[in-house]
Ligand binder design. Structure first.
Ligand code: ADP
Length: 158
């Protein structure tokens, strides 16, 4: 069984993330979207809020589940029996960081491979940080995030 981990902040999950997940779910038997605790990043939503919104957004994709983890991504992958990490690429600007991350993870655990996926063009530019900015300035985020995220953020965070 080919298990892949899709690690990230997902603060909040967007249509960009969801598109990557849908593609990954067609390639792998099981995909775990894993919210990473990152003490260096100031978060907008709690891990629990992010997981709740992820679970509501992925309910139609049968072989995807959600989880959270602390510590090294490769150690989490080992615990799950996964040898593949999924990451998304938007622009060339993502490339340098993602390349470094992928090589670091391989150096830590030589069996791990990172697979990069892209989204449909209409979701390519979406990022969690621009969504937070649009929301905080009273803009409409309905085109960028799944309905459960839209409902939750407009009711609780605007
Ligand atoms: P991180 O904080 O680890 O970058 P994110 O939640 O911001 O976590 O993103 C997780 C992964 O999804 C990253 O590989 C990121 O490049 C990718 N990603 C996010 N949004 C998009 C998008 N619109 N198109 C393609 N990839 C994306």
């Amino acid at each position: 069984m080919k298990i892949a981990i899709y690690p990230g902040s997902f603060d909040p999950i967007t249509y960009g993330h969801l598109d990557i997940l849908e593609n990954a779910s067609k390639i792998f038997d099981k995909v775990i979207i894993a919210v990473a605790y990152n003490s260096a990043k100031r978060s907008f939503l709690t891990i629990e809020e992010r997981l709740k919104l992820i679970n509501e957004s992925i309910k139609d994709i049968p072989n995807v589940s959600a989880d959270s983890f602390e510590g090294l991504t490769v150690e989490y992958a080992k615990r799950q029996g996964a040898k593949v990490l999924i990451r998304g690429l938007r622009a060339v600007s993502d490339f340098e960081f993602e390349m470094q991350l992928s090589q670091t993870n391989s150096a830590l655990y030589d069996e791990i491979k990172t697979v990069f996926l892209t989204t449909k063009p209409e979701y390519n530019f979406i990022s969690s940080s621009t969504i937070k900015e649009i929301l905080q300035n009273g803009g409409d985020i309905s085109k960028f995030v799944p309905k459960p995220v839209y409902d939750y953020l407009t009711q609780n965070k605007q």
